[in-house]
Write a protein that binds this ligand. Structure first.
Ligand SMILES: *Cc1c(COP(=O)(O)O)cnc(C)c1O
Length: 376
């Protein structure tokens, strides 16, 4: 079997090639490279899909997070509660704005922030909570929102990995990831579940006033050209990327299903093996399986990865070093042992290949390779 990559963007493209090619060509021919009609059209279509009032496209997921914090008016010294078990972007933008990240431990089963620890981290300086819907399933939003509302603290969902996932509230109400909090942020990085062919991102909100503020922030702080009411940034989704996303959005549910099928295959084959635990899906959220991440117990992470690699199977660790132990963030004063569960997960987790084009043959080969390693 030839080498097995983590994602297969080419295979996915080949299936929608005609539609994508003509959409890109139309965008190029129109000459409207920035703010062409496709950008607003895609935003309206995504609003429909998510059932959210406002989708504001921007240049990437990192910008989406930064603009959200700016639009909420957060000031240097304000505290933001967020997990350390996340991609650096979540925290980087806080650091850039002079905000103080307060890291919260994660739940060992769902890998999302442990809501039981939330209340204790809130201080008078807490000005936002940023849950990350890690690997594709929602953090426990009902409990998070209840606590946040009681303290009047806005919630920014980092849903870069979970677009399309759905959360069910106790009263049966279902909402899409990114539409439950004050603001939702996503990324259209090519390998994300809804990826474009370059960089892209978007911000979601149901709040009309906030939506205007977000638009201003993303557009140099102006709502009238050359009148800069606030300090903003330049962050746009370009027309060609919007054209690609317009083609891909109708396939998103199909893509999520394909990811779930692959995940089910893995779990059926690997679930009973000694020494590893397949991902646990919380009962109040669907899983978009941006990553299929197993947790090892007694099996060495590096050894298993080397074995898989020697058989041509790519794997990855998301994330090998938690944010609170990254050198660039040492000024925050965290040290080893401060977030023991997060630190242990960095050493115990392995993400296996998962994407929309996985064949049963490929899945069988990966599972057999893992079975052989564990049973020998
Ligand atoms: C990918 C990602 C981001 C950043 O998105 P970019 O488009 O790469 O800037 C932020 N947070 C999480 C959790 C991500 O996975």
């Amino acid at each position: 079997m030839s080498d097995i990559p983590m994602v297969d963007l080419k295979g996915q493209y080949n299936k929608i090639r005609k539609e994508v090619d003509s959409a890109i060509l139309d965008a190029v021919k129109s000459g409207a490279f920035i703010n062409g009609p496709e950008v607003a059209e895609f935003a309206r279509e995504l609003e429909n899909y998510l059932s959210v009032k406002h989708v504001i496209p921007c240049a990437n997921g990192t910008d989406a997070l930064q603009i959200s914090l700016m639009a909420l008016g957060l000031k240097p010294g304000d505290e933001v509660i967020t997990p350390s078990f996340t991609y650096i972007a979540t925290v980087e933008v806080m650091a850039l704005l002079g905000l103080v990240p307060k890291f919260i431990e994660v739940d060992l089963e769902t890998f999302n922030l442990d809501v039981n620890l939330l209340e204790d981290l809130i201080t008078p300086k807490t000005k936002a909570i940023v849950p990350v819907h890690l690997y594709g399933q929602c953090a426990d939003m009902e409990k998070i929102l209840k606590i946040a509302t009681a303290h009047d603290i806005p919630v920014i969902e980092d849903t870069a990995q979970a677009i399309g996932a759905e959360y069910t509230f106790a009263n049966g109400e279902r909402k899409k990831a990114g539409t439950m909090g004050t603001i939702g942020c996503t990324s259209f990085f090519p390998s994300k579940n809804l990826g474009c062919y370059g960089d892209g991102g978007a911000i979601f909100t149901n709040d009309d006033e906030l939506a205007e503020k977000i638009k201003m922030c993303a557009n140099h702080g102006q709502s009238i050209k050359y009148h800069h009411g606030i300090i903003g940034v330049n962050s746009r989704l370009d027309t060609i990327q919007a054209a690609v996303l317009k083609v891909k959005l109708p396939y998103l549910d199909e893509y999520t299903n394909a990811r779930n099928n692959a995940a089910n295959y893995y779990t059926n084959r690997l679930g009973h093996l000694q020494g590893l635990t397949p991902p646990v899906t919380a009962n109040n959220s669907t899983h978009a399986f941006h990553q299929y991440t197993i947790k090892l117990n007694g099996v060495n992470q590096g050894d298993l990865r080397n074995h898989l690699n020697s058989k041509g199977v790519s794997t990855n660790i998301y994330y090998p070093i938690p944010v609170h132990l990254q050198k660039g963030y040492s000024y925050l004063g965290y040290k080893k042992g401060d977030l023991r569960l997060t630190e242990s997960l960095c050493k115990q987790t392995i993400s296996l290949p998962i994407h929309t084009e996985m064949s049963d043959d490929t899945l069988d080969f990966i599972c057999s390779t893992i079975e052989n390693y564990i049973n020998n």
